[in-house]
Design a protein around this ligand. Structure first.
Ligand SMILES: NC(=O)N[C@@H](CC(=O)O)C(=O)O
Ligand SMILES: [Zn+2]
Ligand SMILES: [Zn+2]
Length: 348
C-alpha cells in the first residue's frame, strides 16, 4: 500500500504555547488535525474559563487562512481551583477537560497540584458533571527512580484517586510503560490513555545514541524496549481506550541544547506521519484510523470528523530546524533525517 486515506485525525494532547511561538507551530498541527486538546501549561497557566476563552481566541486568530482547526481547551488544575469553575467549564462548551500536573512534574508545572486532597470538592464536581481529568502521571519524589515514576504514580496516586472518585473520567496522558497499558486495560471504560508517536518509535537508548540527545528528552522519559513494545501493542490493539495524543511540545533550540535542557519533543511537523511509521512497522496500518480519528472523539463525546486526509509512503527529509522565535530556532524530532510518510499536498 503506497497511499493511505483516513478520516481526518485529532490530536488529544498538544502544546501550542502562545504569542510568536503559537503562530510558528500552529500551522503544522492545523494542516493535519481537525481538532486538538490544547494543554494549559502556559506561563501563567490557564486556570479559569475566562483565561481559556482568551487563549482560544488567540489560537483561532493564529489559524492560517484556508485551514479549518478547532482548539479544544483545558483548564490547569491548582490547589485552589474552585468547584464552581467546573460548572462554568461544563456550560461554556469550549473547555473539554481539566489538566492535573503534579507540582514540579514537568514543564511549567510549578503552579500544579501539591496534594490532590486539596482538590477533593473540585474533583467531586468533575465526577458529577462528567468533566474529564487529564493526568500527567508521574510522582515527583526525587527519591523515586525517574524510570519508575509512572508506575509508582499509578499505584500511589491514580488508584486511590479512582477509589475516591469511581466515576471520574480520566485520561492518563502520554503513557510510557507496560504498567500504564495494563492499568488502563483493566479499569473501567471511563479511563483511557493517550500515546505519543515518539514513545511508539523510540526506547531509552535513543537518549544516548552515540552521545547525549536532548531532542529525545521528554517527560515522561523514554523507557526500555519492552515498554515501547507494550505501547505499540496497545495502540494497534483496536481497544478504544488508547488513542492519539502527540504531546508535541516545542522548546527553542538553546533551551534544549543546554546544561539543564527542557523536556519536550516537537513532533507536530510530522504529527500523523510518525504514527503511520509506527503502525506500518508492525503491519497494522489498518488500525491507524480508529486510533487517530475515532476513539478520542468517542471518549470525549464529540462527533467524528467527516473530512479525509491522505498519506503517501514516500520518504521526506525533515529540515534541521524551523523558525520559532527571533534568534531561536526549533529543532524537530528527526531533524535532518527522513520520515517514511508524507501528507499528500503538503510540503515544508
Ligand atoms: N512532555 C514534555 O516533556 N513536556 C511538555 C509538558 C508535558 O506534557 O509533560 C511541555 O510542555 O514541554
Ligand atoms: Zn505531561
Ligand atoms: Zn504534554
Amino acid at each position: 500500500m503506497d497511499t493511505l486515506t483516513l478520516t481526518r485525525p485529532d490530536d488529544w494532547h498538544l502544546h501550542l504555547r502562545d504569542g510568536a511561538a503559537l503562530a510558528a507551530v500552529l500551522p503544522d498541527t492545523a494542516r493535519r488535525f481537525a481538532r486538538a486538546i490544547v494543554m494549559p501549561n502556559l506561563k501563567p497557566p490557564v486556570i479559569t474559563v475566562a483565561l481559556a476563552a482568551a487563549y482560544r481566541q488567540r489560537i483561532l486568530d493564529a489559524v492560517p487562512a484556508g485551514f479549518s482547526f478547532t482548539p479544544l481547551m483545558t483548564l490547569y488544575l491548582t490547589d485552589n481551583t474552585p468547584p464552581g469553575e467546573i460548572a462554568a467549564v461544563q456550560q461554556c462548551g469550549f473547555v473539554h477537560a481539566v489538566k492535573y500536573y503534579p507540582a514540579g512534574a514537568t514543564t511549567n508545572s510549578d503552579a500544579g497540584v501539591t496534594d490532590l486532597k486539596k482538590c477533593a470538592a473540585t474533583l467531586a464536581q468533575m465526577e458529577k458533571l462528567g468533566v474529564p481529568l487529564l493526568v500527567h502521571g508521574e510522582v515527583t519524589d526525587p527519591a523515586v527512580d525517574i524510570f519508575d515514576r509512572e508506575a509508582v504514580f499509578i499505584d500511589s496516586v491514580l488508584t486511590p484517586l479512582l477509589h475516591d472518585f469511581p466515576a471520574l473520567k480520566v485520561v492518563l496522558e502520554h503513557i510510557t510503560t507496560a504498567d500504564g497499558v495494563q492499568f488502563v486495560r483493566e479499569v473501567g471504560a471511563h479511563v483511557a490513555a493517550t500515546i505519543t508517536a515518539h514513545h511508539l518509535l523510540l526506547n531509552r537508548n535513543a537518549l544516548f545514541a552515540g552521545g547525549l540527545r536532548p531532542h529525545h528528552y521528554c517527560l515522561p522519559v523514554l523507557k526500555r524496549e519492552r515498554h515501547r513494545q507494550a505501547l505499540v501493542a496497545a495502540a494497534v490493539s483496536g481497544n478504544p481506550k488508547f488513542f492519539l495524543g502527540t504531546d508535541s511540545a516545542p522548546h527553542g533550540q538553546s533551551t534544549k541544547e543546554a546544561a539543564c535542557g527542557c523536556a519536550g519533543c516537537y513532533t507536530a511537523h510530522a504529527g500523523i506521519e510518525l504514527y503511520a511509521e509506527a503502525f506500518a512497522a508492525v503491519n497494522a496500518l489498518d488500525r491507524l484510523e480508529a486510533f487517530a480519528s475515532f476513539f478520542g472523539a468517542d471518549f470525549y463525546g464529540l462527533p467524528r470528523n467527516a473530512e479525509k486526509i491522505t498519506l503517501v509512503r514516500e520518504a521526506m527529509t525533515v529540515p534541521a530546524s524551523f523558525d520559532y522565535l527571533p534568534g531561536e530556532p526549533l529543532v524537530p524530532l528527526r531533524a535532518g533525517e527522513a520520515v517514511a510518510w508524507r501528507l499528500a499536498d503538503v510540503s515544508h
